[in-house]
Design a protein around this ligand. Structure first.
Ligand code: T4K
Length: 404
């Protein structure tokens, strides 16, 4: 138990954890089930190209999110790109800047020009009222993002897009198993794109899933995924298929989704309990009607109150072997290449991105670890100004180097 600032590893103490505790640890799956499924694929000698495990995964996801079609793909990024091609998008695309850089890069890689929209400071999601201002004659679509798995306001985003005659689709990378007003993420707009990356609550090593209720779009996506399929796209096609090994992992991960969400919920509850009375730190509030998978346990750090900003707190935690992640900082518009190309100011996004920190959660972490993480945070923030001062002088002494 650490009691004084000198106990913090950043200031010379022993690290709280011997081994690193990560954000984004893969979900614990049943290994026997995985090996059984892999064995089936090997026995069948059918390892990829729309195999039975891939189809089973697609059916399970379509069922889970109540949509007609799910097209499994090799990553969330490629899933976004298939939708962009399938909708024939060119020119500009409106999206939030407060997202992982993959959202923007997926579009840019295909020659589109992302136009970044600020967030609503209450919901932390793209502000539907600001979308219209960004529409130009070159705009071809709106791309919403369910940040940290919290489903954005698809009704209002859909309405404003319709007013401007623009298609809308969603980056649902974080949102499998999340609902808003009882409606699961996955069925809004033209399509929604889930990531099934290893770090996600449903992981397939690498993978993604595009969901849609549009029969024609689903068929087009399947073709684009497999080198162009029937050849109905002017873009040709690519190889975005999911292997049977990935599908096996995805199915095992889906098998334990309920338990994974319960584990995340229990960790989030523990964070909220142990961090409740610490000044300068808040989890974003729950919004009415939302139910999340809580795969990101995000807190916001307010330096004005304690003298400790997000980056210093992150350094404190890293020294303790607690690998917290600044999701998502810098926000896309301040990231290369966008910052140089079209400088914009998005005050709410910039303020939020500067204070967010994702803390370790998932089935690899339990209440015991959460309690220990919180006790480090409590020590750091309760003596925040002294910590910041000692850290500043340690850094400046280090820069000066040893006396000659
Ligand atoms: N849209 C959004 C909003 C997204 O967040 C993402 C991806 C995408 C689109 C694109 O989806 P994909 O094309 O990836 O399917 C990680 C993930 O790689 C990325 O998938 C995810 N979002 C993003 C939020 O997080 P990094 O750069 O933070 O990865 P990395 O290597 O630093 O790992 C994150 C943490 O997970 C570390 O603490 C280590 C831990 N980890 C990671 C891996 C791969 C493990 O413990 N085990 C592992 O196997 O991007």
């Amino acid at each position: 138990m650490k009691n004084s600032l000198g106990d913090l590893a950043l200031l010379g103490g022993e690290p709280e954890f011997d081994d690193p505790i990560y954000v984004g640890r893969p979900t614990n799956i049943n290994r026997e089930d995985l090996f059984r499924r892999l064995g089936l694929a090997l026995d069948r000698q059918w390892l990829t190209n729309d195999g039975p495990l891939c189809r089973a995964l697609e059916e399970r996801i379509a069922d889970l999110v109540s949509v007609k079609h799910c097209v499994a793909v090799s990553s969330g990024t490629v899933g976004l790109q298939l939708v962009i091609r399938a909708l024939g998008l060119t020119g500009e695309i409106i999206m939030p800047s407060m997202t992982f850089i993959a959202t923007a890069h997926a579009a840019r890689w295909l020659g589109l020009d992302p136009r970044f929209c600020d967030i609503d400071p209450v919901t932390r999601q793209i502000d539907p009222d600001l979308i219209g201002v960004l529409v130009t004659p070159r705009t071809s679509a709106v791309l919403g993002v369910h940040l940290w798995g919290r489903v954005c306001d698809t009704d209002r985003i859909g309405a404003v897009s319709e007013t401007h005659g623009l298609p809308v689709f969603y980056d649902a990378a974080h949102a499998i198993g999340c609902t808003r007003s009882g409606r699961p993420a996955g069925g809004a707009g033209a399509a929604e794109v889930f990531s099934l990356h290893a770090t996600k609550v449903v992981g397939a090593f690498e993978g993604g899933a595009v969901t849609t209720n549009d029969d024609g779009l689903a068929e087009l996506l399947r073709g684009l995924r497999t080198f162009g399929g029937g050849g109905s796209s002017p873009w040709g096609g690519t190889n975005a298929k999911m292997s049977e090994a990935s599908a096996a992992m995805g199915l095992c991960s889906l098998d334990v989704l309920k338990k994974s969400v319960e584990d995340n919920q229990s960790n989030l509850d523990a964070y909220r309990t142990y961090l409740a009375d610490i000044p300068g730190l808040l989890p974003p509030p729950d919004l009415p009607g939302e139910a999340g998978n809580h795969q990101y346990a995000v807190v916001e750090v307010f330096a004005e109150e304690t003298g400790v900003d997000r980056d210093l707190l992150r350094q404190v935690l890293l020294a303790e072997n607690i690998v917290a992640k600044p999701y998502f900082s810098p926000p896309c518009h301040l990231h290369a290449p966008y910052v140089a190309q079209r400088p914009v100011r998005l005050p709410h996004t910039e303020a939020l991105a500067a204070r967010t920190l994702a803390l370790p959660t998932g089935s690899a972490v339990g209440t015991r670890e959460v309690r220990r993480i919180c006790s480090v945070i409590r020590l750091a923030l309760s003596r925040g100004r002294a910590l910041a001062e000692r850290h500043r002088s340690a850094v400046s002494n280090h820069r000066k180097g040893p006396r000659p």
